[in-house]
Design a protein around this ligand. Structure first.
Ligand SMILES: [Zn+2]
Length: 68
């Protein structure tokens, strides 16, 4: 999947914006440079609520102790 901003690099950051009020979700797929240049990164620092970002799923090891 290509970055939606520059359309050149592979998108590695997938951001979901939840629009306050309507609950509508906007998705953006960005490469690392575009993400760090975008307002999203700044917004995330200033206001985490309403924004989520994640990298492609990582392997989560089973936590045996919490399953007991
Ligand atoms: Zn880009």
């Amino acid at each position: 999947m290509l970055c939606e901003r520059c359309q050149k690099r592979e998108a590695v950051v997938h951001v979901t914006e939840v629009v306050a009020g309507s609950g509508e979700m906007k998705k953006q797929n960005l490469c690392e440079p575009c993400y760090s240049e975008s307002d999203i990164a700044k917004t995330l620092n200033a206001k985490t609520a309403g924004w989520t970002s994640y990298h492609p799923p990582q392997t989560i090891l089973p936590d045996d102790e919490s399953n007991r």
